[in-house]
Structure formats: C-alpha cells, structure tokens
Design a protein around this ligand. Sequence first.
Ligand code: G6P
Length: 367
Amino acid sequence: ETISKGNHAHFMRKEIFEQPLVVAQTLQSYVRAFDGEVAIPTADFDLSQVDRVTMVACGTSYYAGMVGKYWIERFARVPVDIDVASEFRYRDPVLEKGGLALFISQSGETADTLAALRHARAEGQKIAVVVNVPTSSMAREADLLLPTRAGPEIGVASTKAFTCQLAVLAALAVNLARARGRITADEEREIVSHLTEAPEAMARAIEHDDDIKAMAPLIAPARDVLYLGRGPDYPMALEGALKLKEISYIHAEGYAAGEMKHGPIALIDDAVPVIVLAPSGPLFDKTVSNMQEVSARGGKIILISDAEGIAAAGEGCVATIEMPSVHELIAPLVYAVPVQLLAYHVAVWKGTDVDQPRNLAKSVTVE
Ligand code: G6P
C-alpha cells in the first residue's frame, strides 16, 4: 500500500497533524475505558518487583526516554538510568540480575540499540521495548512489547512516533506507580483523565500552525539557536534543537535553563534566537529569571507557554506561542507540537529537503 501525503506538502507536516489521532489510538490500547486504569500487557512480568529501570535509545527516541525518566521517578519512585545506545553498549554498565532494561525505537532496527538490547539480555536483564514497527527485530526479541500505534512514519525526522512513545512511557509510569503502591486507584484515575486529554490539547496546539509559520523568518537567518526548558521540558528543548538541526541545518542547542549560565550565555547576542519552553507551574519563575538573563544580553526570545505564563512573562519577547493550560504530565506531549512546527516551517522557508534531510537516514542499521 502506498502512503500518500494527502493535502500536505510534506510527510513531516502530515505526520505532525496526525498526532492527536495516533496518540489517542496509542493511549486507547493502554487505558481501560471502563475504570480509567492503565493496563500494561505484562504477561509473565511482575511490575511490582521492578526496582530499577535502565533505558537505552538513540536520537529522538532517546529524548522520549529522558522525559520518561522524569515521569517514572516522579510517579513510581523507581530510579531510572538512561543512556544513548552507542555509549551503553561499550561502557560495561552495572546491571543487576533481574533488572528491567527498556529500549525505545521507532524502527526497532537501529543497530546500536539492538546491540545494546542483546548485551542487556546477556547480562540477565528482562527486556521491554517501546517500538513502532511490531514486526521489527526489537519487537521479536523482547520479553515485554509495548507498541506505539503511530502507523508508518515516512519523514526522516521523527514526530508522531515520538509523541506516541511519550504516551506509552506515561502509561508505563502510571502502571509502575500502581504496581509499586505509590498511587491510589483514585489518583490513578485522575492522572489517566489528564492523559486522555492530551490528544485534544495537541489538536489545539496544531491550530497555531499559521502563527508559527509567520515566525520562520525570525529563525531562518540565525547561525545558532538556543532552546531552554526545565524538568521534563528540558528534554523537549533538546528535541526542539535536534529537529531544527536535522531539517533546517541551523546549529541549535538544547539546554537546561538553569545550566545556561555555565556556558551558552556566552553566545547570547541579538543574533541568537532563544526558544523557551515554559508551561506555568512550580518551575516557571526560575525559567523567567533565565529569560531575563537572555534579554539583558539582547537575545531574542520566543516564549512557548500557556495564557498565564504569557501574561506573566510574554512582554519583551519577540514572539509568543500560546499552548492550552494542561496538567504537567501531558505538557511534553503538547509542547512537542510547536517545536516540530517551528523546525518544519524554518526548513520550508530555507527550501531544504524536509522529508529527506541530507546525510540522515530514517533507520540507522549500521554502527
Ligand atoms: C535516526 C532517525 C531519527 C531517529 C533515530 C533513532 O537518526 O533519523 O529520527 O530518532 O534514528 O531511530 P529509532 O528507529 O531507533 O527510533
């Protein structure tokens, strides 16, 4: 079956727009509609016995894992160790017998991730995988298969597979939290109800497509772009920078907002756009002080926040992108949309090959 772009100019745009649907589809396979609980297909797996998780992935899938680490530690209070596959497989990691090793991959074929999986198995780990291709090598070699239901992803730069990975990791975090006795059934239902609001909130984020397109000329001439975030929005800053690099060929860095003073602040001048991902919440004021440090040096800020955040800190920014107000658990799913659209429109403005960026492959099956 040939997959068409429909009425979209590129597969990437089509895949960004599909996200509310495929994230809903993915969530439906984990959330039991009748009682609002999360059900992971655990088979012979006892999640209550998991007291450490080792996560391994590459590229965008690695950033999904970083968000998952925040959630699993926050909700289930299980420590998570995370590494990129090419480091993990050669660093002789300490893996205690019976631990859970979780591999995240759109293709299920990335050579480094697959080699890391085999290493973990040889070291006595239980193997769980979050993959989008159910017939892939990783899916076949797993003890626990946690599929994403993104459908085939054609654009080389991952978008919908990423947000579906986030949905699965959120479901896993909630399930682990219950299995470990960290949340009550009522708390679980409340968290799950926020999670099921994600597709609708993502659809509202997509409505900003035209506004974001209008911002492309602000970014396109830049040589360097900085993305800042805190908490789970720190990996989202890393992902935003990766997307921009991949398809627009502009150098971009993602940084933990509080770490900026230890280096990237030296780069800031009026030629460096700074994209700040900051939903309102307990860390918001801290990020606002980082924004002031950027403004004082002439940096041009694009603030991605909700109405409350924009009202509090939008003044002085060159542009703002208003996201719906959402529970902190689903913010990364929603904030993924504007960073993807921003990278997309900058790339289109520059005239690059959006779906097939130079030097990159959809699936890297060699080391
Ligand atoms: C390549 C792709 C990325 C992807 C990464 C990991 O670099 O261009 O979009 O994130 O591989 O791929 P995987 O299939 O393992 O998620």
